[in-house]
Design a protein around this ligand. Structure first.
Ligand code: ZN
Length: 297
């Protein structure tokens, strides 16, 4: 056969077409799943110990320990890129021990409540030891770390979370840790803690911040609640700390190299007073609530 017969003269490339992100999403996911399979959770615990962070990745299945330690490592590297503080403690835990819903992925404790297991700003991820299931694209799927990339993508499809990426819940909990560090540094800490000035009055600020948005929240006008729901997600519209963590996470994920999971650029350096999401993020970050000004009143 003559070579010319193989060439289509209808070939018409478009330089204006959008980049095929889906192709690299899939490649990057399988590349990272390969890395996860080779992760040594004990080595990740040592990595954290060297940075003064107590980490425990041994209470889950073999795969859960690998998956969660790898994602915590990647989230920590992103925080190091931005010079942000890390949680003092990170652990994979059976969430039945905290009386949390079996489907909850992670939690950040903004109060220790005097419990030495849960120091202020400590972050925990569910070992999913309780074998809960959920409907996913018409199929009953067990909630576990093996299925997590699919579960995360589904949460974005349903406008529940702000990002489809499996790393998002890790960045989300780390973001709570950063936010509470900011608030306690600025206003004081509601319980005695060696890192902050003790100020019991900060409880009032925390109560205002944590008021559910849906139930006629006096600080969040309905139009703003709808904006958050439509532009960030339903979970972001549940309370202001969740709004903060979800906008923060969305910004990080949008600026991530999908293969090595490091930031390509600083997502916060060009934040603008004219951008509504940036303004919401800034007001929650600063704890500007109950002041009758700004977007959050
Ligand atoms: Zn949260």
């Amino acid at each position: 056969m003559h070579i010319a017969a193989l060439i289509s003269y209808n070939y018409n490339p478009s330089f204006q077409a959008k980049i095929d992100t889906n192709y690299f999403h899939k490649k990057a996911l399988s590349w990272n799943l390969g890395m996860i399979a080779r992760t040594n959770p004990a080595a990740v615990e040592n990595y954290f110990a060297q940075m003064g962070v107590w980490a425990g990745f041994n209470k889950g299945s073999g795969y859960a320990n690998k998956f969660v330690s790898y994602c915590c490592l990647k989230a920590a590297e992103i925080f190091k890129q931005l010079n942000f503080i890390l949680p003092p403690k990170i652990e994979l835990e059976d969430f039945r021990n905290f009386n949390l819903d079996s489907g909850t992925t992670g939690v950040c404790f903004f109060r220790s409540g005097g419990d030495p297991r849960t120091p202020i700003r400590s972050v925990f991820f569910n070992s999913f030891a309780e074998r809960a299931k959920k409907m996913l694209r018409g199929k009953q799927v067990e909630i576990n770390w093996e299925n997590f990339p699919l579960i995360a993508a589904d949460a974005k499809d349903n406008n529940w979370l702000s990002s489809e990426h499996y790393l998002a819940p890790f960045i989300h909990e780390f973001a709570h840790n950063l936010h509470y560090h900011k608030l306690y540094s600025k206003y004081g800490c509601p319980e005695p803690n060696q890192g902050y000035v003790f100020n019991p009055a900060v409880d009032y600020l925390l109560n205002k911040l944590n008021e559910p948005i849906a139930q006629n929240n006096p600080f969040v006008p309905t139009s703003l609640a709808i904006f958050i729901n439509d532009n960030v997600g339903k979970y972001a519209a549940s309370s202001l700390p969740e709004t903060f963590a979800e906008i923060f996470t969305q910004k990080i994920v949008k600026n991530l190299d999908l293969f090595n999971l490091k930031l390509i650029r600083n997502p916060f350096e060009n934040s603008s007073k004219n951008n509504t999401l940036d303004r919401i993020l800034e007001e929650i970050w600063e704890g500007l609530i109950g002041d009758n000004q700004g977007l959050i009143r």
